[in-house]
Design a protein around this ligand. Structure first.
Ligand code: SF4
Ligand code: SF4
Length: 263
């Protein structure tokens, strides 16, 4: 992970010849980290704000570098959100061109552990520590959410229930499994094996039509739920990716399924 400044000079090796991090920023451009439990302190201090985060929900397609595969996530992850687009869609938002990491002294645990030429420390962290989830994050922020001081205590207390209600109503795993059975799954895995999620076979005929309708309904429900949270519960729209992850519409578009009209 990167910290660059005017006095920085590349350092391919230390005096003993051992490889060291050159702080080139390549890993920051490829994607920010997911957060570990210990990173909750960075939320409380306001180093990381909820606006900067997105929840990757269980069932979403994600890289599993240990298995060299793209496969559905078993549990949720909180990740520093990227800007999207074609070039570096997951580029860390704290990375500054020519200045490096904007939060280097308080960077998340995975950033501290990561070194591209020796993945041992990161692997050890992932094996021994727990990932931060939405409930633990919200629990840590029960007394106030930096960056959202206007959110009332009542609205704040409601957030874990809203997360639960959304999980019950909109299952990402079910949505993406259905899309998989329709033949829509990641096609470009950049050298990784795609571990398909659908245990049952492809859908045909009327079952296929019913599945398409079901996915449309899931996308509609997801969008309506988010709007309701903003309009009725006073949830800031900027907080929605952290609370509910990316929209079903976006997740389906990512595997090639787009609505035929604006619906
Ligand atoms: S870990 Fe590797 S990719 Fe990341 S900044 Fe250091 S040298 Fe560059
Ligand atoms: S937090 Fe800093 S070190 Fe970590 S990915 Fe972002 S820019 Fe890189």
């Amino acid at each position: 992970m990167s910290m660059q400044n005017s006095s920085f000079s590349p350092m391919p090796a230390d005096s003993g010849g051992a490889p060291v991090c050159r702080r080139c920023g390549t890993c920051c451009l490829l994607g920010g980290p997911t957060l570990m439990l210990s990173d909750a302190a960075l939320l409380v201090s306001g180093t990381l704000t909820l606006e900067a985060l997105v929840c990757l929900r269980a069932g979403e397609w994600a890289r599993d570098d240990a298995r060299k595969a793209l496969r559905p996530l078993e549990g949720e992850r909180i990740k520093i959100a990227g800007p999207g687009g074609r070039v570096h869609p997951w580029r860390c938002r704290y990375y500054r061109e020519s200045a490096g990491c904007g939060i280097y002294e308080q960077r998340p645990a995975q950033c501290t552990a990561l070194f591209c030429m020796d993945t041992g420390p990161l692997e050890m962290l992932l094996a021994k520590a727990s990932h931060l989830g939405r409930y633990a994050a919200l629990n840590a922020l029960a007394n106030g959410i930096p960056g959202f001081s206007t959110l009332s205590a009542a609205s704040r207390a409601l957030l874990p229930d809203l997360v639960s209600a959304h999980e019950e109503q909109v299952s990402v795993r079910a949505v993406l499994e259905l899309a998989d059975r329709l033949g829509f799954f990641p096609q470009q895995a950049q050298g990784l094996t795609v571990e398909r999620c659908a245990e049952q076979g492809p859908l045909e005929g009327s079952e296929r039509e019913a599945a398409v309708a079901e996915l449309g309904e899931a996308a509609r429900l997801d969008a309506a739920f988010r709007d309701l949270c903003v309009e009725r519960a006073g949830v800031p729209r900027a907080m929605l990716p952290f609370l509910f992850g990316r929209s079903v519409k976006d997740l389906l578009a990512e595997v090639g399924l787009k609505p035929v009209s604006g619906g």
